[in-house]
Design a binder for this molecule. Structure first.
Ligand code: ZN
Length: 175
């Protein structure tokens, strides 16, 4: 296992569209372990392979407090979206920025597990939000896309007033 470096906005590599995972081998298992280790260390509740500069369709998530509910989604697709939820999101690739994003409140996902077996599952609440956020990463999109102006402005302000830059809000969770 190894800690990987998380790419940060505005790194152009974050805009890469990920390719499907085709090999379910030892290298994939190692990548999954690295993703979890990097996500937990950040700390965050979700991480897409894109964020560590591996452009494969793979995300890991764990929204539990005690890190006991790891979720691995490989080649995920959203089959159904329902309802609408507005959640204040943060992103490990856009540190210190939090903003409300509207997404489907409930989703049905088809994905493969680490052995390559296909499954379908319904997700709701923060887990559904987090999956949609991570899947945006696989498309090369940042949650900040919707708030790019705000991001640019805040970065500018942080450059201008580094000593007064607000600390990342500890109560928020990033993915
Ligand atoms: Zn993110």
């Amino acid at each position: 296992m190894a800690l990987r470096t998380i790419l940060e906005f505005p790194d152009p590599r974050l805009r890469t569209r990920a390719q499907p995972v085709t090999e379910f081998d030892a290298a994939l298992s190692e990548l999954i372990e690295d993703l979890f280790e990097t996500m937990y260390a950040a700390p965050g509740i979700g991480l897409a392979a894109t964020q560590i500069d591996v452009h494969r369709r793979l995300v890991v998530i764990d929204i539990s407090k005690d890190r006991t509910e790891p979720v691995v989604l490989i080649n995920p697709e959203i089959l159904m979206r329902e309802g609408e939820a507005s959640t204040e999101e943060g992103c490990l690739s856009v540190p210190g920025i939090f903003d409300d994003v509207k997404r489907a409140a409930r989703i049905r996902v088809r994905a493969q597990d680490r052995s390559g077996a296909t499954f379908e599952r319904d997700y709701e609440d923060i887990l559904a939000v987090c999956i949609q956020h991570e899947m945006d990463h696989l498309e090369g999109k940042l949650f900040g896309e919707r708030i790019r102006k705000k991001l640019d402005k805040e970065r500018k302000e942080r450059r201008e007033r580094p000593a007064n830059a607000p600390a990342a809000a500890g109560a928020h969770r990033a993915y």
